[in-house]
Design a binder for this molecule. Structure first.
Ligand code: SF4
Length: 92
C-alpha cells in the first residue's frame, strides 16, 4: 500500500478555523522552507511560485517533525489539537 493510501485510511477531525500549527509563510530562508517541504510525511508544506510556503494543517499526523526541524524559525505555534480533534489512526 502506498503512503498516500495509508494516510487516506485515517480519520481526521479538523478544528476548522483553529489551526494547531501556525507558520511564517514568507520566511526568508529558502533552506528552512525546503526542510518542511521535504520532511513532512503528509506532504502538507508546499512551496508556491512566489516563494512563500503554503500549509494545510487538516492532514497533520501529529508526528512533530516540523516542530523539531523548524520550531525556532518558521513554526510560530505547534500544539496538539484539542481533545476531540486531530487524527484517528486506522493503520496500526
Ligand atoms: Fe507534517 Fe508532522 Fe508537522 Fe504534522 S506534525 S505538519 S504531519 S511534519
Amino acid at each position: 500500500m502506498k503512503l498516500e493510501e495509508k494516510l487516506g485510511v485515517n480519520k481526521y477531525y479538523v478544528n476548522e478555523g483553529h489551526p494547531h500549527i501556525e507558520i511564517i509563510h514568507d520566511y526568508p530562508d529558502m533552506a528552512e522552507k525546503m526542510k518542511l517541504v521535504n520532511a513532512c510525511p503528509a506532504g502538507l508544506y508546499t512551496l508556491q511560485d512566489d516563494g512563500t510556503l503554503a500549509f494545510d494543517y487538516a492532514g497533520c499526523v501529529e508526528c512533530g517533525t516540523c516542530r523539531v526541524l523548524c520550531g525556532n524559525t518558521i513554526i510560530k505555534k505547534w500544539e496538539y489539537p484539542d481533545d476531540t480533534k486531530g487524527i484517528e489512526f486506522r493503520q496500526g
